[in-house]
Design a protein around this ligand. Sequence first.
Ligand code: PGA
Length: 248
Amino acid sequence: MRLPIIAGNWKMNNSISESIELIGAIKAHDLDEGVEAVVCVPYTSLNEVKRVLEGTTIGLGAQNMHWEESGAYTGEISPAMLKEIGVDYCIIGHSERRQYFNESDDIVNKKVKAALNYGIKPILCVGETLEEREAGKEQKVVREQLLRALKGIEGHEIENIVIAYEPIWAIGTGRTASSDDANSMCGFIRGIIGDEYDETIKGNIRIQYGGSVKPDTIEELMAQRDIDGALVGGASLVADDFVSLINY
Ligand code: PGA
């Protein structure tokens, strides 16, 4: 049995005080204990949100990190710094980072390895553009992203990774992939993991869908065989919406 995981990606939203307010509103609700809930918040809010989350089962995530432990990388945050705060997860290779900050598959691979070395669980994002889907290349693109991101990562490490399939055309557009399309890509990803590793890992690895997930679409998505959770942007910024996603 794979534990479902609903992760909120706040992106570049919420000041420290707004973050405290939002996380306070989320934790005030009864949350389904059979679902792992995670909030991935801006760096500036990590410490305070960690404090508010104490005594709850909600996990804390960052949205990015550098791969080196320290050094002359102006403006960057290292995995050691995130570990000190007590971060459980880190989103890696989000399409916005690939698109706006030129993150290559090679960089994504370095970050995934660094996160694992520090005991931070990567939420590894893969997904195709609309043009790639319309050209029928979505499986090829996702397969390449996945294999490059996982290069050199061994079987015993892989179950600490959560994979998020996020078709770029569905992110922030209000256009969710159909549950069939989302499930079939998540199944395709699971198949690749089976080919590269083994049947146990294939059965255990958790794969999320992300892209305009909302309270009225979550139930159908979560009913799919190969979808184990959601990575949620917009709807994670509204406490009631995020809570209804966790309690789907
Ligand atoms: P969205 O974002 O839910 O606002 O589409 C998802 C994501 O970018 O992770």
